[in-house]
Design a protein around this ligand. Structure first.
Ligand code: AMP
Ligand code: MG
Length: 417
């Protein structure tokens, strides 16, 4: 087992064990937030036929050459959904509705607003048509045989609309990784309970479950184990099958930190313990059989940050997402920050765009790993590299937006109210 390793090495190790989850068919109506498991090729043109973009008249533009005010004879009425083919003869026109199939013979639509005079079956216009105007050609959006989506794309509301148009229902998706969240600690009580002296409410269980779900994994609910080897073992044996095990607490150096020992006694292999980072130094990672496990430190800030840095990308890699890693942005640091050298810092921050359009970032105040408010106030994680002791105000740092936050909430000079 390696110990006290750099953050980059720890992350690479964790991600190298991301096995893809199986592919399953999901009804389109349930597919939001899932990950496409296969690329999608259009089997038809979209739109499948040429149609009118306006309510109006399908005309032959050649009819108006040398006679711009000419009146035409109405020979057809084409509503949306009309199945039979129509043909517009010279000197004739068809009344046509938006979305109705465009008739042969015609080459333009004059909107109904441009009618000059309409009497019986005769109509004239105050507009000379241009060929192709207000006609939507077939295949304008997507051509048959075109690759519309790649495997690994996240299904957004927009993706869902296009999949519906293409007739992809059900949809091949990766099964969301099943993640067990096990909070350890004799002092932990459920949030609905009134703690007695010495007890605290379980923050990590609910938060980690929510993080799993927001990352595209499934977590039926958090579990709790008391601080004894027997209790942790019992919890591990009794639970449902999972693709990933995440513990909170019980991985430090204390007399009551038993998680690592229990996993090893059950045949688990620890790949690393302790990372050169703050918060979250006691992080542990290994495999129990072929099931990866992470032991996150119990402090709520460490637990939340270790999830964002390690577990969220792990889930994304298991889903074979196209963009599995958080994008890093360059921002200008708002004030000088001192740090312990040799540790990579995940400082909870606020990022905003200043009046000059510059992305800036500052911390959210006191950064103790027990101070959950520092996470609640944050919209980003500021990465402070391990090799420096001080990062000066005005220098460029890398930040990672928190997936549930947006670039708003400027402390003083932001663009958003
Ligand atoms: P541990 O990593 O078990 O030594 O815990 C470190 C600190 O985090 C202790 O102060 C614990 O009381 C606290 N802690 C552990 N688990 C949780 C939890 N699920 N919710 C809130 N605080 C916790
Ligand atoms: Mg503990």
């Amino acid at each position: 087992m390696r110990t006290f390793i750099p953050f980059e090495e720890a992350l690479e190790t964790v991600l190298s064990f991301a096995r893809p989850t199986p592919i399953e068919k999901m009804p389109l109506s349930m597919a939001l937030g899932h990950t496409l498991a296969e690329g999608v090729v259009a089997r038809e043109d979209i739109p499948p036929f040429a149609s009118s973009a306006m309510d109006g008249f399908a005309v032959r533009s050649e009819d108006f050459v040398g006679d711009p005010t000419r009146s035409l004879r109405i020979t057809a009425h084409i509503p949306a959904g009309a199945a039979e083919p129509f043909f517009v003869e010279p000197g004739c026109t068809a009344v046509i509705m938006t979305g109705a199939p465009f008739p042969d013979g015609a080459d333009a639509v004059i909107p109904v607003e441009r009618v000059q005079n309409r009497e019986g079956d005769r109509v004239s216009f105050n507009l000379v048509p241009v060929p192709g105007r207000h006609v939507r050609p077939a295949a304008e959006d997507v051509e048959r045989g075109q690759q519309v989506f790649d495997a690994g794309e996240l299904i957004t509301p927009a993706t869902l609309g296009m999949l519906a148009t293409l007739g992809v229902d059900p949809v091949p998706v990766r099964r969301p990784p099943r993640v067990r969240i096990i909070s350890t600690g004799d002092e932990i009580v459920e949030p609905s309970r009134q703690p007695v002296r010495g007890q605290i409410r379980n923050a990590n269980g609910p938060a980690l479950c929510a993080q799993v779900r927001s990352a595209g994994g499934q977590c039926p609910g958090h579990e709790h184990a008391f601080d004894s080897e027997a209790a942790i073992r019992e919890c591990l044996f009794s639970g449902a099958e999972a693709d990933l095990l995440v513990f909170s607490g019980g991985v430090s150096m204390g007399d009551h930190d038993h998680v690592r020992q229990v996993l090893e006694s059950m045949g688990g292999v620890l790949h690393f313990w302790q990372v050169r980072q703050r918060p979250g130094k006691p992080l542990a990672f290994g495999l129990l059989g072929d099931q990866p496990f992470l032991g996150l430190p119990g402090n709520p800030v460490s637990s939340a940050m270790c999830f964002e840095i390690y577990v969220r990308p792990l889930i994304a890699h298991m889903l074979r997402r196209l963009t599995p890693d958080a994008g890093l942005l360059s921002a200008r640091l708002d004030r000088t920050m001192d740090k312990v050298p040799d540790l990579h810092y995940f400082t909870r921050g606020t990022a905003w765009i200043d009046g000059d359009g510059m992305l800036r970032a500052g911390d959210t105040g006191p950064q103790g790993s027990n101070l959950y408010g520092s996470v609640v106030r944050a919209n980003c994680i500021i990465h402070l590299p391990s090799d420096v002791e001080r990062v000066l105000a005005g220098s460029t740092v890398l930040i990672q937006m928190l997936p549930w936050a947006t670039l708003s909430g400027a402390p003083d000079t932001g663009v958003n109210p």
